[in-house]
Design a protein around this ligand. Sequence first.
Ligand SMILES: Nc1ncnc2c1ncn2[C@@H]1O[C@H](COP(=O)(O)OP(=O)(O)O)[C@@H](O)[C@H]1O
Ligand SMILES: [Mg+2]
Length: 362
Amino acid sequence: MTNHTNIVFEGVNKAYDDNVILHDINFEIEKGKFYTLLGPSGCGKTTILRLIAGFTDVTEGSIKINDQIVNDISPNKRKVNTIFQDYALFPHMNVFDNIAFGLSLKKLPKSEIEAKVKNALKMVQLSGYENREIREMSGGQQQRVAIARAIVNEPEVLLLDEPLSALDLKLRTDMQYELRELQRRLGITFIFVTHDQEEALAMSDWIFVMDKGKIVQSGTPVDIYDEPINRFVADFIGESNIIAGTMVEDYKVKMVGKEFECEDAGITPGERIEVVIRPEDLELTTVEKGKLVVNVDSQLFRGVHYEIIGYDKDGNEWMVHSTKKAVIGQDIGLYFTPHDIHVMRLGETEEEFDARLESYEA
Ligand SMILES: Nc1ncnc2c1ncn2[C@@H]1O[C@H](COP(=O)(O)OP(=O)(O)O)[C@@H](O)[C@H]1O
Ligand SMILES: [Mg+2]
């Protein structure tokens, strides 16, 4: 552990009565980075935030903030602030009073409160909005007031629980940029919760992918996208083709009755595996030039590319993203390189997965 470490979970379990909802959660959060907890509804994301904030207790394990075990430290003594999904602004107060609320409770001098609120408003680009009523503001502006109210307390860590999920797509994308910018400018640790994989990929320095109360994979967006650990992650993060296969030997897999070169090693020959190929890594070509042949079943124009669905001779479904158009009912060739093939072992743990990748990657 270094002095850059902010938050550490060690063997954290959480149960309500007999219902275990977090299983052996371990992670280290470094200062000043943008982290995302990503996973489907009900996987335990909010519970992790509540544990960090101190709104609920661990059943087992320990939580450290800045090297201090905080299991028994009350929420107001943790240098952590939370932005909830519904912002929880006070509708009967104006912008200034909403942001100043926490500082007034601490009985800071009036001039200091004013200076801090002004500064917070500047950070979220709402200078001059002090006297506006909350209900006069748009969704995006309310979002920024909620952020200002949180950062005015100068937290070391900001917890954001799906703060963009109520916004429409355009505003949501704008706010993604703004939040990311704000995090860089403030240099404080953000722990952001979302069930939206595109949002997580676009915003994060580091993602924890969760499933059923466990962290199943953690890494940079590129790592997780390029090397999903299992079918759940591959399916959840982006579109993927997942095909059953067998490891022939190091750097060679077999699927759809053919052998292909790949870049994966360290797997027992003969082991049943799954192969992932991303739709954008497949190149549409002639039957002769294709490494595999599929029969085109359907096609949609997606603005930048066509999304083509076809089936190989074994009945596997293949999705291709291509700027070229296909003809429904015809056979087409699919071309890909060894680099486009990603091999997943069934039931591999994250430790095993990381060790294997390290063993043959430069
Ligand atoms: N106070 C509680 N009492 C009992 N069960 C709870 C409580 N809070 C959350 N849960 C359960 O824990 C699981 C995880 O919830 P949550 O952390 O809110 O998931 P997420 O934020 O990923 O959607 C869910 O099955 C939920 O029903
Ligand atoms: Mg939640």
